[in-house]
Design a protein around this ligand. Structure first.
Ligand code: SF4
Length: 322
């Protein structure tokens, strides 16, 4: 991995303007991803992980709106690009793999035709070339007997194999950044492990940067170079995976780690639930669930504090809460 920053998210705010009020789904977040890095965004459901990904691709649908911030790729602020240029970015620089491979594939076309179509959509090539490249991509993502299976339909593939096909389609444009939103969550554990291995292989082979979204800290420990911990639309802690997992500072990160089974199989859940985002708690948004909360935590939003050059936390206790 190099230190070259590929994508920078700066002070991003994405709100949903609903009849009940404004939902601050992503509320002032900043992070960078480097070339060849796997960055995991981790948090519970409702923490803003997926909205962050959709914001990067400018795919947030009404009543959602990106209201502030910058998303810098190749010195361009993606939020200022014309719809046409943004389409080009989505086609050629950033691709996304969603959680459910079943809905990403069209049941009436063969697997090969769908991958081939994804290739033709991004570069001009004749049908034969597209078909041969599609076979190569299917081989690359680990579809056995790719040439024969090219002519199969989605229903003839298992969930894990379908997800490999969807990843092949995402790779069709040789993206520099691949965003994967819980790509293995719907799959059984063995297949999950194979899909994680595939992402590691792709990173090693193409020096691709991968943003991997998950609620599962076990997955994060397997693949992350760096970690962004999100809660209720905000970043609680971010840094290199060794720092965040080896020396977690934020009470929420520690709480998530308590949700992993210990050697004795003990799980300590975080008490309470994620708050509503229309009228979020004042001050630190985690304070209603935080066992360390101080008076100031109920009144002021904690700033992002540097612990080391690569490790930051948003907590008044900074690095001193043991
Ligand atoms: Fe807990 Fe206060 Fe830190 Fe928030 S700022 S996580 S309430 S100690």
């Amino acid at each position: 991995m190099t230190s070259e920053i590929i994508l920078s998210i700066e002070n991003l705010k994405t709100y949903f303007f609903t009849k009940k009020g404004i939902v601050r789904a992503v509320d002032n977040i900043s992070f960078d991803i480097r070339k060849g890095e796997i960055l995991c965004i981790v948090g519970e459901s409702g923490s803003g992980k997926t909205v962050t990904a959709l914001s990067i691709l400018r795919l947030v649908e009404s009543p959602g709106k990106i209201i502030e911030g910058k998303i810098i790729l190749d010195e361009d602020n993606l939020l200022e690009l014309s719809p046409h240029k943004m389409q080009d970015v989505r086609g050629n620089k950033i691709a996304m793999v969603f959680q459910d491979p079943h809905s990403a594939l069209n049941p009436i076309f063969t697997i090969g035709d769908q991958v081939s179509e994804a290739i033709s959509a991004h570069k001009s090539c004749n049908k034969e070339d597209a078909s041969s490249q599609a076979t190569q991509l299917l081989e690359l993502v680990g579809i056995p007997l790719a040439k024969e299976r090219y002519h199969d339909y989605p229903h003839q593939f298992s969930g894990g194999m379908k997800q490999r096909v969807v990843i092949a389609m995402a790779l069709a444009c040789h993206p520099r950044v691949l965003i994967a939103d819980e790509p293995a969550t719907a799959l059984d554990l063995t297949v999950q492990a194979q899909i994680l291995d595939l992402f590691l292989e792709l990173r090693a082979r193409f020096e691709m940067s991968i943003i991997y979204i998950t609620h599962d800290l076990g997955v994060v420990s397997e693949i992350a170079d760096s970690i962004v911990v999100m809660y209720a639309g905000r970043i609680m802690e971010k840094g290199g995976s060794r720092d965040v997992l080896g020396n977690p500072v934020h009470p929420y990160t520690k709480g998530l780690m308590g949700c992993l089974p210990s050697e004795k199989g003990i799980i300590i859940p975080i008490p309470g639930t994620i708050p509503g985002l229309i009228n979020p708690p004042a001050g630190c948004i985690f304070h209603p669930r935080c066992v360390n909360a101080l008076d100031i935590c109920r009144m002021e939003r904690p700033p992002m504090t540097k612990i080391t050059d690569e490790h930051y936390v948003s907590c008044f206790l900074g690095g001193v809460n043991g």
